[in-house]
Design a binder for this molecule. Structure first.
Ligand SMILES: [Zn+2]
Length: 330
């Protein structure tokens, strides 16, 4: 399990023990944040016979000791009847909505509603999972609203998405949203063993994610920056973007954050470059710091020569990259 999911597992475990788990859960976050990991873990815990048994046996005891103990993460046993059936994909009181199209249509959601209307076959608990809930058609979403409005006591609907802003607000308002946030800012710095202020840029809702021509410009720039860092190419092109493009410095910072994430094996929207390890972690960290300082100067100094700042930045980065080469050779 990804380390940043543990807190959410603790929170959900506590809610299950206290019988306060919401009946409709929306698990959101950036693509790859771990929505599936949480959803699968949660379903297994909700269905597992042993977990249910333990909770029934210990419910009074647990509630007494709860405050003094570290939050416990519930785990499915893996051996009981329901665990085995679920692992074989043949547990009758769970439904995963699977669409063979790009959208989830109303028929699929109707079958989900019927599923909840029927009595549970084996256990008392029924669960359903709708992945990529943002791809529901309008009529599918409207059909789901009815089911969300009339929860039966032991049924749980789990929706996952990496684009919760595409979901109907009425859906979101009927779900309890759990947003997964992989480390950025101080948490990311902590992983680097460094101290510092939370200076990472907010990576969502930026121009390059929504506007096609800006997106292309960003990707072109990103590829050149990688060539520059890994193979000392395209210096003039990068300089031109930094000097002329409004977002050039911010883009450079974002590209470096993503490269650092890749080096540490964290999910990013991009596939991992094998080349990223040409630069060592300390070197990349130093380059990032140079960019951050330059970015800060650009924002705070009123009269700044952008040409000079860009040239100086590339010269400083070049020094770091050369010291890297020497380290590797030596
Ligand atoms: Zn079990």
């Amino acid at each position: 399990m990804k380390t940043w999911l543990l807190a959410l597992q603790q929170q959900l475990s506590r809610q299950i023990r206290e019988k306060k788990l919401p009946h409709a859960l929306l698990i959101s976050g950036v693509d790859g944040a771990g929505q599936q990991d949480i959803a699968q873990w949660l379903i297994k815990v909700l269905l597992c016979d042993s977990v249910k048994q333990d909770l029934n046996d210990n419910i009074s005891q647990l509630s007494k000791n709860e405050s003094s103990e570290a939050p416990l993460i519930l785990q499915p046993c893996g051996f009981c009847k329901t665990c085995k059936l679920y692992a074989k994909d043949s547990y009758p009181d769970h439904l995963t909505v699977v669409s063979d199209k790009k959208t989830i249509g109303v028929e699929l959601i109707r079958s989900l509603s019927h599923f909840f209307e029927k009595t549970a076959h084996i256990g008392l608990v029924k669960t359903a999972l709708v992945n990529h809930a943002d791809t529901m058609t309008i009529s599918a979403a409207n059909a789901l609203l009815k089911t969300l409005e009339e929860p039966t006591s032991d049924s749980f609907i789990i929706l996952t998405t990496h684009s919760s802003d595409l979901l109907l607000p009425t859906i979101i308002s009927r779900c309890h949203e759990f947003e997964i946030r992989p480390p950025v800012g101080k948490a990311l710095l902590a992983e680097y063993g460094q101290q510092g202020d939370d200076a990472f840029v907010n990576l969502s809702h930026l121009n390059e994610l929504s506007d096609d021509s800006t997106a292309i410009a960003f990707v072109t720039f990103r590829d050149k920056v990688k060539d520059y860092l890994f193979a000392h190419q395209h210096r003039a092109d990068i300089l031109a973007i930094l000097v002329e493009h409004h977002d050039g410095f911010r883009w450079l910072e974002k590209i470096l954050v993503n490269l650092m994430r890749q080096q540490w094996g964290w999910p990013t929207a991009e596939s991992t470059d094998e080349q990223v390890n040409v630069i060592n972690k300390q070197q990349l960290w130093r380059v990032y710091n140079l960019v951050q300082v330059a970015n800060g100067q650009l924002k705070t100094l009123v009269q700044i020569n952008r040409q000079f700042l860009s040239e100086k930045l590339l010269a400083d980065i070049s020094v770091v990259l050369q010291s890297n080469a020497q380290t590797v050779e030596g």
